[in-house]
Design a protein around this ligand. Structure first.
Ligand code: NAP
Length: 500
């Protein structure tokens, strides 16, 4: 069914995708999805209940122990490739859905979602390559390992990049031979639910992928984490939620992958190509309306070029076209939901009261063009000190904090003065400095003279409070595989321990 593009018509998706079939939620639950560009409900989506979670987990288990579990890797790969082709064909619709659901500007969703099929193809190419190894010992035994799927995966995703987060979990899980129950965030369920149609059309066996929108705490998310039939939780979201999930999942000894928040340093040295660095740093401040874990929300600028960079941030901010996500001219859409808008405005207030200098922005936009949407101005704070809350806590809004530094040691020490450790960027023309500084920063991903270059083939994940495990890259498969060691005696004799 094509998605209805008219903004005044409410879309209804009143079925869950469980066991290869579309079924209404047992208790008739539904979620309103609000278009943050208008503040109005644009879709009503089925919301699962406890019985639906049980059905989804049972279907995933049956598929794991049945057709999917017995399917050779190259056949799983073929299904994944078919799915990738269907995804590519629907990418335009999916980009529009994500723009409406999450408020991410359509020019961004088109570029991002238009590339996801490459990722699914890449994961498909790994579906028959999870090989074990032979372990040398002596000629009395033959010892070897096999990599086996970890089992039924609960994939729990956030609202900022719903389809990317889904791809980063579905791709490796299916390549590893796992089955999945996916729960999208309550604010952005539509695109993920649409994926059910593509899995169905691609011919996946029933139950390999099950899609159950619903709420998190005390609802579908928590029930999945607690469910004894789920072996692993692949989670992207906030650290506090991860801790709650850890506590709930401990009871059944779940395995976990956690992709959490960031407060990434984006360091500009005086010897950098400053224009390029400013392009990257301003883009990284306001893309996704500031709602990405990877953004360089702390911009560290060497003192000698600080004023130049601060001025450039202000003039770029004036050029950012803030508007409805669905408008192709829009550079920056709204915040994805009202609570996030309020959080951002509250942090802007905190920055002011902490004594940071508000150079530009800082207000909600409420003109005619912006109607009741959740728009906020691109915002720049100068003379931020790294111990301020706006430098230590994840705001998730379009707020750049410009922090001056003196020299290399100072830059590294400020960069590492955070509980997070997800990503970092640095700009310099000095190759030695690039390697030196990159090797001293505690973060899972470091970019040199570029920023936010992320591909399905490059492992992604954080140190410290930014998470556990890696998504993407060959390493991304590890979280979905267990290792079985088999030892075969070459002579079959075992001494009787009870004779003298
Ligand atoms: P969130 O509030 O932690 O929610 C994430 C998901 O967890 C949602 O689907 C949510 O459901 C569910 N959930 C909430 N409580 C739960 C519980 N007790 N048990 C099971 N599931 C539960 O995060 P968010 O606000 O959606 O996303 C923003 C965060 O994600 C930011 O911190 C950002 O940095 C992080 N993020 C990290 C990465 C990365 O790769 N490192 C990428 C993107 C985003 P409901 O929405 O229905 O409550």
């Amino acid at each position: 069914m094509p998605i209805e593009p008219a903004s005044d018509k409410v879309l209804r998706l009143d079925h869950l995708f469980i066991g290869g079939e579309w079924s209404p939620p047992e208790d008739g639950g539904e979620i309103n999805s609000i278009d943050p560009s208008t503040g109005r409900v644009w879709a009503v989506v089925a919301s699962g209940g406890k019985g639906d979670v049980d059905r989804a987990v049972a279907s995933a288990r049956a598929a794991l122990e049945g057709p999917w579990g017995h399917m050779p890797g190259h056949e799983r790969a073929a299904l994944m490739r078919r799915f990738a082709d269907l995804y590519q064909a629907r990418a335009g619709d999916l980009a529009e859905i994500e723009a409406r659901d999450s408020g991410r500007a359509i020019r961004e969703t088109r570029a991002d979602i238009g590339s996801h099929h490459h990722g699914y193809h890449w994961w498909a190419s790994l579906a028959d390559k999870a090989a074990g190894r032979t372990i040398p010992f002596d000629d009395t035994v033959h010892a070897f390992t096999s990599r086996v799927p970890v089992g039924v995966v609960a994939a729990i995703t956030p609202w900022n990049v719903p389809l990317m987060a889904a791809a980063w979990k579905l791709g490796p899980a299916l390549a590893a031979g796992c089955t999945v129950v996916i729960k999208p965030a309550e604010q952005t369920p539509v695109g993920t639910l649409e994926l059910g149609k593509l899995f169905e059309a691609a011919g996946f066996p029933p139950g390999v992928v099950n899609i159950v929108p619903g709420y998190g705490a005390g609802d579908v998310g928590e029930w999945l984490v607690a469910h004894p039939g789920v072996d692993k939780v692949a989670f992207t979201g906030e650290g506090e939620t991860a801790k709650a999930i850890l506590r709930t999942g401990a009871e059944t000894m779940k395995r976990f992958t956690f992709e959490l928040g960031g407060k990434s340093p984006h360091i500009i040295f005086e010897d950098a190509d400053v224009e390029q660095a400013i392009n990257a740093a301003t883009n990284s401040a306001w893309t996704l309306c500031g709602q990405s874990c990877a953004l360089g929300s702390r911009v560290l600028v060497q003192r000698s070029i600080y004023d130049q960079v601060a001025e450039a941030f202000c003039s770029r901010a004036a050029k950012v076209r803030v508007g409805p996500a669905i408008d192709p001219h829009t550079h920056m859409g709204p915040q994805a939901h009202l609570a996030q808008l309020e959080k951002t405005l509250s942090y802007i207030g905190i920055g002011r009261s902490e004594g940071a200098e508000l150079l530009t922005g800082g207000e909600r936009l409420v003109s005619n063009t912006h109607s009741a949407g959740y728009f906020v101005q691109p915002t720049v704070f100068a003379n931020v000190s790294n111990d301020m809350r706006i430098a230590q806590e994840e705001i998730f809004g379009p707020v750049a904090a410009l922090i001056p530094f003196e020299d290399e040691d100072d830059a590294v020490s400020i960069a590492n003065d955070t509980r997070f450790g997800l990503t970092a960027g640095l700009w310099t023309r000095d190759t030695g400095r690039a390697h030196r500084v990159a090797s001293r920063i505690r973060a899972g991903m470091i970019w040199v003279n570029t920023y936010r270059f992320i591909r399905w083939s490059t492992p992604y994940g954080g140190f410290g409070a930014s998470g556990w495990g890696r998504e993407n890259g060959i390493e991304g498969l590890d979280g979905y595989l267990d290792t079985r060691t088999t030892i075969v005696s070459t002579h079959g004799r075992f001494p009787d321990a009870y004779v003298d």
